[in-house]
Design a protein around this ligand. Sequence first.
Ligand SMILES: Cc1ncc(COP(=O)(O)O)c(C=O)c1O
Length: 364
Amino acid sequence: MDIPLALPTISDEMVSEVERVLRNEFFLRGETVAAFEESFAEYVGTDEAVAVSSGTDALHLSLEALGVGPGDAVVTTPATFISTANAIVATGAEPVFVDVDLDTYTIDTEQLETVVDRRDDVAAILPVHLYGYPVDIDAVRSVAGDVPVLSDACQAHGATLRGERVGSIADVATFSFYPSKNMTVAGDGGMVTTDDPNVADMVRSLRDVGRGEGNYEHPRIGYTARMDTMNAAVGKGQLRHLDDWNERRRDVATAYTDGLDGIGDLVLPPDPGEDRESAWYLYVVRTADRDALQSHLEAAGVETGIHYSTPVHLHPPYRDRGFEPGAFPEAERWAEEVLSLPMHPQLTDQEVEYVVESVRGFFA
Ligand SMILES: Cc1ncc(COP(=O)(O)O)c(C=O)c1O
């Protein structure tokens, strides 16, 4: 057996579409970029979607479009991929961390409330739908007051909370199309979704060198952060399969949960319950014996991953900002214990069973 952790699907139809746009459209700003944005907005349920060059750029440009800058604080969790915090730093604002709630892998809303009440410089709250599990944005909003909520949905394409897609329930949301995600653009890419036309227009300008109405009008400093037309062509094709692929991910998650419940000290991912649908970007278990389990699975031909081995506040650039071990104990425990099992729609039932048996074998 040789079972990969993640595996993107590229069909012949997607390849043909890339060839068509390559021969017929401008490499940048082609009609297919607008068409992908339109279909993504429709899928998520927002008025606007703006395609950019990565999930990190989606976060950075959204924060700037919300007016975040030097002197501001943005509250997020240290239990995320480092880009979430890097995007805050890129605006000149300071990240303020709130520990993770290990029952949901999302920001601890009680601690969030304390931080928001205590500080008067919070310009945005940035919860993360980690592993595809939807954050209760309504609970975040209830403590946010007037502070805008930007949700990092970079791992949550298709996840829903109370019937609504996660990209539509915060003020602004961001997605990544990095190749391992639930859908990709066959390269780097990202999307910003929002109902606020001012935020969308500002992101459109910021991604395009700060351009205004005219071609060489630049009312602001911007970036080169557009999505290439060929990437949009792949994304448009991928989006058509997203729901089917996510359904397969759900089936795999159910099979893992049924097969792994109650063994050793293994902690399984939170059950999304009735009112949420996880996008199951990753199926992440926790155990005190994480490294030994990972070696055991590697020897059995099962690729696993650690998302992530260091909480953001303990990476050097954040330590340099004064964060120290012990500051966020739950996130630190999370980083020591998490292990991601293979998760992608091409997994066969036989492969899933093999993964289950291999994990059980370790604890036997
Ligand atoms: C939670 C989270 N935020 C942000 C990003 C950044 O996205 P990208 O790699 O497209 O820049 C990622 C992607 O890996 C992510 O998982």
